[in-house]
Design a protein around this ligand. Structure first.
Ligand code: GCW
Length: 716
């Protein structure tokens, strides 16, 4: 008895001492704790057989070996033929014996080129586990999915899973500069070490590719959309090619951002006019050079005529003229152009909300077939909560690519725990009513409503040189989520959170219940203490860190928070209805019904569409002012609850990662209080109403908050 207690204490102490740095992400492959499960796995997995020896199949095999050793403690032998029960066969479908192939032909047809099949099969009379697909990378995806089953301790006896991606392009967009700073990066510097490339291949590049392949990401735009033409120089292209060589094995294509003025800046031409034959020639030659180095180069992502970037409008040409010129250059090599719709201009006095729509809708049908227009999820800019972008459903002839922001520029940056899958899902599930009820944003971007063959989704990456890749330990979940949702946008936020938690921390039930509660509520909580009831873009100038709703002195009107909240003695909010900017008219009538009438507008978007009187009665019975106070206070209070819940989980999490999250939650609470006090004190100067006495009153003045400066806030 004594001995058992002693052992227990030792084990407990050891688990608290064990430390992880987060580098392994969700691919930790720690020993399976569920003994029954482990025993069954050992029986069901006795050997690995690989048909074929391409780099991708080898990578699949290596991953499986590495993982099984970690998960089960055994090194599983590799065989060349199936001689015993429990053989795992990895094979491209084209290398399967005809009899087996015909058995599963229907599933293979369903799987398409990237989808996989994991199936218990009799092979050579032995009970085996087949992981196959119509390409090598499909087999790799299958292996990662299979490992996910093991890591999350799922049963694997008699399984039959067919899974194929709903979207063709599943991309990360890195806003990484050649200097290695990362625009809106909160996890250190760029992981692309341009200086040591192409000679030195950092192990991180391989691990980055593994992590991406494990969630189905199949493309990466290496460079910032605020582009630098130097990336297109011969020297840098060699570096890009070295990365492409690493990523190819994992099914990941490389893309670059194209600086529209490159022909002038680095090509010595006098113009970058897309209709000028010399300019076209310059791009054709450049593209040829790229494809000679990188035969599977994906194409270009372009930010043009937006926030100071050069573009076709500099030459009185349209976005379509610009996109088509580049599209023609990459077309012979099957390349694509992703042309961003994030445009707005200081010269246009119209509501910024309307500008992209006004600019792009008239161009529908004018783009080449290898152009996609890449649209941010909302019309303003990756706000904590934002109605879906009215361009979704408004350009039927053009494939629209979704752009989400995984890095948390406006959602707490590096210090706040905010799980973004609920944000992504909210947008994807929104109904545009474009072809009647059920025309969700997801169906617009998957091309099914208009039979587009190109489709895709991009996430602005949150990856950097921090040891754990993403800065905040929970920010990894957002990288994970963007991949999983690009593969299947019907997965629920709950499922994705649970998978990630199981793989990243623990399979224990009480841990999962509590940790997923933290994750699933976190985005709403963040909205509540920062931008409740439809408030938006009231963050600090430039760096966007923390609140600064009072700022009104920036050059461009739409850079100022006061432009967005329009607080005055009467009320607060941006009137985008017919009596205001009319931006709401860009939505289909059924969709805008949700917001049009101030009395029935869904309250989470109320101030997005209406200027609402301070004493307006909300559904709760509170006045708008009281409701605002209620949200700011409740939001901050809920962060305290997150802290409490996390504290209760210390026995499930290693010391270092536990402590890191614990400290960051303390920072997050302080920041929530900062948001709450600063915003309420400022808005109070208009409402002239007291913060209800039930709440603890702010202990600092508005002046104090206004004076805060963050000179070197990251990512700016
Ligand atoms: O959200 C804004 C960011 C800019 C960014 C821009 C864009 C890359 O503040 O940093 O620039 O959007 O998406 O182009």
């Amino acid at each position: 008895m004594k001995k058992t207690v002693f052992t227990l204490l030792v084990v407990l102490a050891a688990s608290r001492l064990w430390a992880e740095d987060g580098y392994d992400l969700w691919l930790r492959y720690k020993p399976i704790e569920n003994k029954t499960r482990l025993a069954s796995y050992r029986q069901l997995m006795t050997a690995i057989q690989v048909n074929g020896n391409t780099a991708t199949l080898q990578a699949a095999k290596e991953e499986l070996l590495l993982a099984l050793k970690g998960l089960t403690g055994y090194t599983i032998p590799v065989t060349t033929i199936t001689t015993k029960n429990g053989t795992i066969l990895l094979s491209n479908s084209s290398s399967l014996p005809g009899s087996l192939r015909s058995l599963i032909q229907k599933d293979l047809d369903k799987a398409g080129t990237e989808g996989f099949l994991i199936s218990s099969q009799k092979i050579n009379g032995k009970n085996s586990l087949l992981i196959t697909g119509n390409s090598d990378v499909a087999v790799l995806y299958g292996v990662f999915h299979f490992l996910r089953l093991l890591q999350t301790e799922q049963p694997i006896n008699s399984i039959h899973i067919v899974s194929s991606p709903r979207l063709k392009l599943r991309l990360l967009n890195h806003w990484d500069n050649l200097t290695r700073t990362v625009e809106r990066g909160y996890a250190g510097f760029s992981i692309w070490n341009w200086h040591t490339l192409p000679g030195y291949i950092d192990k991180r590049y391989v691990d980055y590719a593994r992590a991406n392949a494990s969630i189905g990401i199949n493309g990466t735009v290496l460079t910032n959309v605020n582009a630098n033409a130097v990336i297109l120089s011969a020297d840098y292209l060699k570096k890009v090619a070295a990365l492409a060589n690493v990523f190819r094995t994992y099914g990941i294509k490389v893309y670059l951002t194209a600086r529209f003025s490159a022909p002038v800046e680095t090509g010595g031409l006098k113009t970058a006019d897309p209709l000028d034959p010399a300019v076209q020639q310059w791009w054709n030659t450049k593209v040829k050079e790229i494809y000679q180095l990188i035969p599977d180069f994906g194409g270009f992502l372009v930010k043009a005529n937006s926030e100071g970037q050069p573009g076709p409008q500099d030459y009185k040409r349209t976005h379509a003229d610009g996109a088509n010129m580049l599209a023609d250059a990459v077309a012979p090599y099957n390349g694509i152009i992703m042309w961003r719709a994030f445009v707005y201009s200081a010269e246009v006095p119209d509501d910024r909300h309307k500008q992209a729509y006004n600019e792009f809708v008239p161009l529908d049908g004018k783009f080449r077939s290898n152009v996609m227009v890449q649209v941010k999820n909302g019309a303003i800019d990756f706000m904590p909560r934002e109605p879906f972008h009215p361009l979704f459903g408004a350009m039927p002839k053009t494939p629209l690519m979704m752009e989400f922001q995984v890095t948390q520029e406006y959602l707490g940056q590096g210090t706040n725990l905010v799980y973004l899958a609920p944000l992504f899902k909210e947008v994807l599930q929104s109904d545009t009513y474009y072809k009647g009820k059920g025309s969700t944003v997801a169906k617009v971007i998957d091309g099914s409503l208009d039979h587009h063959s190109l489709n895709g989704m991009a996430g602005v990456a949150n990856i950097g040189t921090d040891i754990n890749w993403c800065g905040h330990p929970f920010a990894q979940a957002n990288w994970y989520a963007i991949g999983r949702l690009s593969w299947d946008y019907n997965l629920s936020s709950e499922q994705i959170a649970e998978e990630w938690l199981r793989m990243t921390y623990s399979n224990k039930g009480s841990f999962l219940a509590n940790a997923s509660k933290i994750m699933l509520q976190s985005r709403d909580i963040m909205v509540q203490y920062s931008n409740p009831i439809g408030l938006h873009h009231i963050m600090g100038t430039g760096h966007h860190y923390g609140p600064a709703p009072w700022v009104n002195n920036l050059n461009r009107p739409e850079w100022n928070p006061v432009y967005y909240h329009k607080a005055d003695s009467i009320g607060i909010g941006f009137n985008r209805t017919g009596s205001g900017s009319s931006a709401i008219a860009q939505y289909f009538p059924e969709a805008r019904k949700l917001w049009e009438d101030i009395n029935t507008c869904e309250e989470k978007n109320l101030l997005w569409f209406h200027h609402v009187p301070w004493d307006f009665t909300m559904k709760s019975g509170r006045t708008l002012w009281e409701e605002l106070c209620y949200h700011y206070y409740t939001g901050a209070e809920k962060v305290k609850q997150m802290q409490q819940t996390w504290k209760g989980l210390h026995s499930f999490v290693d010391k270092d990662r536990f402590e890191q999250v614990r400290q960051l939650l303390t920072v997050q609470y302080d920041e929530a209080v900062w948001w709450r006090n600063a915003c309420l004190l400022y808005f109070q100067t208009f409402s002239k109403k007291p913060i209800p006495a039930v709440y603890e009153q702010p202990d600092k003045t508005l002046e104090y908050y206004k004076k805060l400066r963050f000179l070197y806030a990251p990512g700016n």
